[in-house]
Design a protein around this ligand. Structure first.
Ligand code: SAH
Length: 379
């Protein structure tokens, strides 16, 4: 076993080495879950990842228009639902709380009755980010008190509007490797130790007793192919779909990934706005993998929900009026602000930036009209 990624170091690496030495290699999914959400040394427990000084930036951090339009999307769906009160407005992984704060400001201008009706539920593992979210919402006006949850299970049942931007990409993926002699699971083990020092972490392919259960098109890939599966995402979208079918509502999922299930190793670590080797310094880099929208759509449909999209983010935002909103903001902007508004919208919508790789998908109770931005066929 070779590791070409440089010396492994850090507090979480020590925890992982110890565990692997005791119980053997762990799946890439377990590695990802520990690297991101270990209570002491996980990336989201210890870091504030966003913004120019952080490791990466996200759509709501790039332009207020993203959160505003998402907020208005919720109001229009709520009106189509018959304006239920109360309604849960739930966000999965709200980051610094920027999206929800911008959404609340736009909602208050559009329909004050929605502010009255909506109860905010935020699903967040990171205590540091929970604090950022509280501070951001304190600037967002009345009706922005929130309840925090470790996962969706404790969000009260009832009519639901749910937002998840760049949440599903952080859920753990399993990687299966097709070899000449059958299927293996890619795991993280210990490299052979030559000389002194702690052994490095290294990928190791562990043969599986039976082939993994894969959708059509992935089960018959050729030797050397890697296939990613995300059971945590399938379970979560199923739970969301069941909720909207039972009580009414819709969910909006925006993320980067594939429209159709496809083979490929998409696991990536990002630190300081640059790609970083996956196994070195676990817990100190963000770790994500492409979202398989077709898999989410299959699970939601099986649970009885209606699925719309995915639609490329650039198309979706343009349909919602991103250009018009930017023009309104430009009317009162200083030259410096005008530059930020224009480049922000371009980054979110241009196909060579986030416009094409990122996609929006909606899951709703059957019978609701197509939600805003999903009302014409995907281009
Ligand atoms: N939606 C935000 C942040 C995206 S980053 C934005 O667009 O800016 C992922 C977010 O999900 C972070 O807030 C992170 O702490 C949270 N998160 C990641 N894995 C989680 C999990 N398993 N349970 C709950 N929150 C999680």
């Amino acid at each position: 076993m070779q590791n070409h990624e440089g010396r492994v170091s850090g507090a979480l690496a020590a925890v992982l080495r110890d565990r692997i030495a005791r119980t053997g290699p762990i799946s890439v999914a377990d590695f990802m879950a520990l690297a991101l959400t270990h209570p002491q040394h996980g990336y989201y427990a210890a870091c504030t990842p966003f913004g120019r000084t952080g490791d990466f930036t996200t759509a709501p951090e790039i332009s207020q228009v993203f959160g505003e339009l998402t907020g208005l999307w919720c109001v229009v769906v709520w009106q189509a639902m018959g304006r239920p009160a109360p309604v849960s407005l739930c966000e999965l992984g709200p980051g610094r709380g920027t999206l929800m704060a911008d959404a609340r400001r736009a909602q208050a201008r559009a329909d004050p009755a929605f502010i009255e009706a909506a109860r905010l539920h935020l699903v967040e593992v990171s205590p540091i980010l929970r604090k950022h979210q509280r501070d951001a919402l304190a600037t967002a006006g009345p009706g922005s008190q929130a309840h925090w949850h470790d996962d969706l299970a404790t969000v009260p049942e009832g009519p639901l509007l749910l937002i998840a931007n760049e949440f599903f990409d952080a859920l753990p993926v399993h990687q299966f490797v097709r070899t000449d002699s059958g299927w293996c699971e890619r795991c993280v083990g210990l490299a052979d130790a030559f000389g002194a020092g702690d052994p490095d972490l290294a990928f190791v392919d562990v043969p599986l007793p039976a082939p993994p259960v894969l959708p059509a098109g992935l089960a018959d890939v050729g030797p050397g192919s890697i296939v990613e599966r995300r059971p945590a995402a399938d379970a979560l979208i199923t739970a969301i779909a069941r909720r909207v079918c039972r009580h009414g509502g819709a969910a909006l999922i925006v993320d980067y990934g594939y429209s159709e299930s496809a083979p490929g190793d998409s696991l990536q670590a990002v630190r300081g706005h640059a790609f970083h080797p996956v196994l070195t310094r676990p817990g100190e880099a963000d770790l994500t993998a492409h979202v398989d929208f077709a898999a989410l759509a299959r699970a939601a449909t099986e649970a009885g929900a209606a699925v719309f999209g995915p639609v490329p983010q650039g198309v979706w935002l343009t349909r919602l009026g991103a250009a018009e909103r930017a023009r309104a903001l430009l009317a009162d902007a200083t030259p410096e602000q005008a530059m930020a508004i224009t480049t922000g919208i371009r980054r979110l919508t241009h196909p060579q930036h986030m416009g094409l790789l990122f996609k929006a998908m909606a899951v709703s109770a059957p019978g609701l009209p197509p939600p805003p931005g999903f009302d014409s066929p995907a281009p």
